[in-house]
Write a protein that binds this ligand. Structure first.
Ligand code: DP6
Length: 333
């Protein structure tokens, strides 16, 4: 058995859309930051006596999640020549399936725990691929700080590479997450992406422009240029939602409080507070600030009607094993 922890990542240049041909290949590269204080912890135990995989999420059986979990584990089991089913217990310290990247941290933690429990010696490439098959944003949570998922045409079209660009210590930005709804989102990312790709008139230009956005964000990170990162991140966020809104039917992931948060964050930046927004496939707003400004931003977001809770986080490390495969549990003496 093994226990692993991973944190959600927040995309600054968004992944939205998949290539044809299966294998969950993203149609575009993406760039994200990994958080520190929101986490998923996953314990996995392979058991020869178990007839089926068992999956508990936050203490409750999760039949919908179970099939994705089993599909994620199958290639790892195959690689280890292991036929045993597994008992998986996963815990999030933040709301699940509400646009807070719980699938990213969830699958990054699961892959990391399974590799440790099966004592597998694998390349980063294999690990990244197992996480990506489960969820396109999950391999980014295997790494800490600023992470780029790059697409290449060799050795095969759509080959993905994960590139850590800067550590949290290199550029210690901070994030506030404003929760504006606790409901599970009505259209998940996978279905939303396919609806957008099939019906949005803006989809082709989205794919074409992504390398430019990535280049701009990458150079902003390398130069620690906050204003530049703010501009390209807000642009990528609004563009992704614009193209989803223009599909048939249009996808509306936001609520009134979401929009109010965006307006307030723009006002704060105009007043000289170094902060920008991003929103994923849900109504929660993430505010990213330079070091030292996040508590002030969080306090202001808390005053906005419809904001239920604001969590803050620094940038954090990638997925890691907490115990198992020879590692003691952190609480052991
Ligand atoms: C809006 O990684 O959840 O958060 O590959 O279908 O599991 P699947 O999608 P997922 O999509 C994330 C979409 C996003 C943007 C991003 O994280 O880049």
């Amino acid at each position: 058995m093994a226990i692993a922890q991973a944190q959600p990542n927040i995309a600054l240049v968004k992944y939205w859309g998949k290539r044809h041909g299966g294998m969950n290949l993203p149609a575009v590269g993406s760039l994200s930051v990994t958080l520190e204080s929101l986490w998923t912890q996953t314990e996995i135990e392979f058991d020869p006596d178990l007839p089926e995989d068992l999956f508990l999420l936050n203490g409750l059986p999760d039949p919908v999640g179970l099939s994705r979990v089993s599909r994620c584990l199958d290639p790892i089991r195959e690689r280890a020549s292991c036929t045993h089913k597994a008992r998986i217990r996963s815990r999030n310290n933040f709301p699940t399936s509400a646009g807070l990247a719980s699938s990213a941290s969830g699958f990054a933690a699961l892959v990391t725990a399974a590799i440790a429990a099966l004592n597998l010696d694998v390349s980063d490439e294999e690990k990244n691929q197992w996480a990506r098959w489960a969820s396109g944003s999950a391999p980014r949570s295997l790494y800490g700080g600023f992470v780029e998922l790059r697409l290449h045409d060799t050795p095969a079209p759509g080959h993905t590479e994960l590139v850590p660009l800067a550590t949290p210590a290199d550029w210690p930005l901070e994030v506030a997450v404003a929760i504006t709804s606790l409901s599970t989102k009505s259209v998940g990312s996978t279905a939303g992406m396919s609806q957008t790709a099939n019906t949005s008139p803006f989809y082709e230009s989205w794919i074409r422009a992504q390398p430019l956005d990535l280049e701009e964000a990458r150079t902003a990170v390398q130069a620690r240029d906050f204003e530049k990162l703010a501009r390209v991140s807000e642009h990528s966020c609004l563009k992704m939602h614009g193209l989803a809104l223009a599909g048939k039917p249009g996808l509306i992931y936001w609520n009134g409080a979401t929009v109010n948060c965006l307006a307030v964050i723009r006002d704060l930046r105009a007043q000289g507070i170094p902060v920008f927004f991003t929103v994923d496939a849900g109504p929660q707003v993430k505010a990213v600030s330079e070091p030292g400004a996040i508590q002030q931003v969080a306090g202001i977001l808390r005053q906005i009607p419809g904001v239920l809770e604001v969590m803050t986080s620094r940038l954090g490390p990638g997925a890691r094993v907490l115990s198992g495969a020879g590692k003691p549990h952190p609480s052991d003496p």
